[in-house]
Design a protein around this ligand. Sequence first.
Ligand SMILES: Cc1cc2nc3c(=O)[nH]c(=O)nc-3n(C[C@H](O)[C@H](O)[C@H](O)COP(=O)(O)OP(=O)(O)OC[C@H]3O[C@@H](n4cnc5c(N)ncnc54)[C@H](O)[C@@H]3O)c2cc1C
Length: 197
Amino acid sequence: MGQIVMQVKKVEEAGYSSALRGLSFNKKRTVKEMEKVSRKLASVGHGHNKFLESMIVWLEVKGPRYWWQEADTYRISTKQSESTMHTLTQELVNVRMDDGEAVASYIAENFEDGACSVELLKEIRVAAQGSDLIEIKRRLPEGFLQRRLWCMSYKTLANIIIQRRHHRLVHWRRFIEQVLEQVDHPELLPSLERLKE
Ligand SMILES: Cc1cc2nc3c(=O)[nH]c(=O)nc-3n(C[C@H](O)[C@H](O)[C@H](O)COP(=O)(O)OP(=O)(O)OC[C@H]3O[C@@H](n4cnc5c(N)ncnc54)[C@H](O)[C@@H]3O)c2cc1C
């Protein structure tokens, strides 16, 4: 297996204090007291952890198309992506195919290891030069790396962690590791290892 690519950068996070405020209404206690309560309720489910829906995180993620395909099954979130058409028609046409170093660097930047040969890149480039968008899409390999801004709540994140922490696609583990390292409140999310919870 070649090297996998999964890059996660937290761009923004919001909603913790408002989420605790909402929780305090339900419990008729102070917002401060809710810090401890929230840690208890975060993993309970069945409606008790609804406050996690008020905590929102924006992640900039770069990963291969075959991983995004699985990520797209999470419906309670929103994404803005780089356009495959724009990226390829604008950038690829500018790559100097007679410069081996430039070609290798373009491939390393835009595809996972082994996903795109120079020959395939040439074919995609011909399609891009002819503005043949369908042909570009047809030939674009699953290992094409796409950057997206993924906005979701802690509730969705918790669901992802539980469903994917032991997934066969190692990208998920890398994704979860990077998320837990960067979010402000990992204590409100499931841990990577089931036994540690
Ligand atoms: C190991 C594994 C294998 C999988 N294999 C497949 C597969 O072969 N094919 C496939 O299609 N999917 C597959 N999935 C995806 C899976 O079915 C889920 O779609 C995906 O994991 C998203 O999970 P979710 O529905 O809990 O999350 P979300 O889509 O974020 O939904 C969160 C919650 O909202 C509810 N919800 C969302 N939309 C609605 C709605 N319109 N009405 C009512 N409730 C709603 C959900 O039921 C869920 O409780 C697989 C997942 C895993 C982990």
